[in-house]
Ligand binder design. Sequence first.
Ligand SMILES: C[S@@+](CC[C@H](N)C(=O)[O-])C[C@H]1O[C@@H](n2cnc3c(N)ncnc32)[C@H](O)[C@@H]1O
Length: 247
Amino acid sequence: MLTFDILTLFPAMFVGPTTESILKRAQQAGLIAVRLHNIRDWAADRHRTADDAPYGGGAGMVMKAAPLAAAIRATVGTETPPVILLAPDGERFTQAIAQELAQLERIVLVCGHYEGLDERVREALITREVSLGDYVLTGGELAALVVLDAVARLVPDVLDAASTAEESHSDGLLEYPHYTRPAIWEGRPIPPVLVSGHHGEVAKWRRRERLRRTLVRRPDLLARAYADGHLTRADLTYLAELGWAAG
Ligand SMILES: C[S@@+](CC[C@H](N)C(=O)[O-])C[C@H]1O[C@@H](n2cnc3c(N)ncnc32)[C@H](O)[C@@H]1O
């Protein structure tokens, strides 16, 4: 069981995505738990103030240190889970990080808002910072949902292991294309090998499609897959036929 503790100023943003599809089923099956914590509950004043104007002036508001720190400390308790801040200036979130996090028993996700949080909380209590990409979201909530979804589907038994094994980014290559009935749609036939009944040929075709697609769409990934030892001799022979040379 992997427990996600999510600290946010806007817990209602999580309701739809965590009550549908895989995230819903994984919780019902007791494979993951999602606990939402409203940072405002740790604000000391009558108005439950969680933000204030920035020192030095300028636009926007900053999340106050005290309520956020109290929320993190109360949530973490005596355990030592990673306390992960969603941050546009953090380390880029990848499938490899999702795989790493899926092995844990507990993760604390902290959602920033406004201009972000008081830097001293980052220094004192955040153990890791991840970014979804080089753009700025209004808050960390959507980013936390992406992390939650990407990690939860890799928790053992949430999905059939076979369905995540060859997915895009699982081993450095993109996924092969998929087809379902009918065999001809608007004059477009499926690749004949898929109905040949020959499992070995289907597997070979899929592997080659993964290689070809990665070469065409993300040659940077192919170079990394080679460096990480994910390519077989047969892969390299096929890639050479396509004009790709390692190194
Ligand atoms: C409006 S943003 C703050 C941006 C900040 N002032 C800056 O320029 O770096 C508010 C919050 O959204 C979240 N956020 C924004 N963009 C993100 C991204 N690319 N990845 C992860 N979280 C992001 C963070 O939690 C951030 O504290």
